[in-house]
Design a protein around this ligand. Structure first.
Ligand SMILES: Nc1ncnc2c1ncn2[C@@H]1O[C@H](COP(=O)(O)OP(=O)(O)OP(=O)(O)O)[C@@H](O)[C@H]1O
Ligand SMILES: [Mg+2]
Length: 276
């Protein structure tokens, strides 16, 4: 383990980030993610168009918008999968995400959950978490090294957070769809991300699972910052403090759910569509 000092220097342009390195985004202004004047085009089509978004440290933000509004593209930009044509994306004030690779961004503390769960079906719930705790050291390390009591405690804590303590010995393949999603969130938590991006978490879930997911994401906010993309408006209403509406690659409106719902632009382009 590399010794870390009290102060962390943000990485220089293009410098690699080691797994052990403790990247501390500078959030003195209360903002953990800055997305400024970002545009992305695919064959001339602007998927993101001069987008500006600021996520506060510890907040739970919901991102809504019609199909094709650019929600997933935005997550792709934040996680380094897609590079914008122009704009600035930084983690805290100083960590320039555009100069980091996808792996470096993940290691810097940004976790992403895709819609489809990608748990290891033939391993138990516990083993899945054990593997994700090993991180880059991978399966061999995790198979041949005994867990420290600290690691065991950490897994127990994650199991409790995601509500799967009773299922820890079950094969992940035997879990319900909702439970698999929670396990995957737990696997992300093992890396102790500061920012979690979650794309359509409740798609395909039962009403009860949806409710439990709302509780889980709400409980993660504070210690983590969470950005949730979701089409399920009842779910958004149940968790949202602040909602951002994307439309044609730009922010159309931002505010509380009731502000959003009474915003004439939003009613016209988004909620109107839903009613129609
Ligand atoms: N790799 C790509 N190549 C070409 N076009 C793309 C690519 N990725 C996204 N797009 C286009 O960019 C636009 C925004 O897509 P995006 O997936 O970000 O929308 P979204 O808001 O996530 O929609 P949904 O709610 O359906 O998931 C769409 O018109 C999409 O077809
Ligand atoms: Mg999408």
């Amino acid at each position: 383990m590399i010794a870390t000092t009290g102060t962390t220097t943000p990485p220089k342009q293009g410098s690699p980030i080691l797994a052990e390195e403790n990247i501390n985004p500078d959030t003195r202004h209360g903002v953990i993610l800055y997305v400024e004047d970002v545009s992305v085009s695919f064959d001339g089509f602007k998927a993101l168009n001069d987008l500006n978004l600021y996520i506060n440290d510890g907040e739970l933000r919901c991102l809504i918008g019609a199909n094709g509004a650019g929600k997933t593209t935005l997550m792709d930009v934040i996680t380094g999968k897609t590079r914008p044509d122009v704009g600035k994306v930084s983690f805290g004030q100083q960590v320039d995400l555009l100069s980091l690779s996808e792996a470096e961004i993940a290691r810097a503390g940004i976790g992403r959950k895709f819609q489809k769960p990608t748990v290891f079906e033939n391993l138990t719930v516990f083993e899945n978490l054990e593997l994700s705790l090993a991180g880059d050291k991978g399966i061999i390390t995790s198979l041949f090294h005994k867990l420290s009591s600290e690691q065991k405690d950490r897994i127990a804590e994650i199991l409790k957070t995601i509500g799967l303590t009773p299922q820890e010995k079950q094969l992940a393949g035997a879990l319900s769809h909702g439970q698999k999603q929670w396990l995957e969130i737990g696997m992300l938590l093992a890396a102790q991300p500061r920012l979690l991006l979650v794309d359509e978490p409740v798609a395909g879930m039962t009403a009860q699972e949806t409710e439990r997911t709302a509780e889980l994401l709400t409980s993660l906010a504070g210690e983590h910052s969470v950005v949730v993309v979701e089409h399920d408006m009842a779910f958004v209403r149940s968790i949202a403090r602040k909602v951002t509406v994307l439309h044609q690659g730009s922010v159309l409106a931002e505010g509380s759910m009731s502000e959003i719902q009474s915003n004439p632009d939003v009613i016209q382009v988004y909620l109107g569509e839903e009613q129609g």
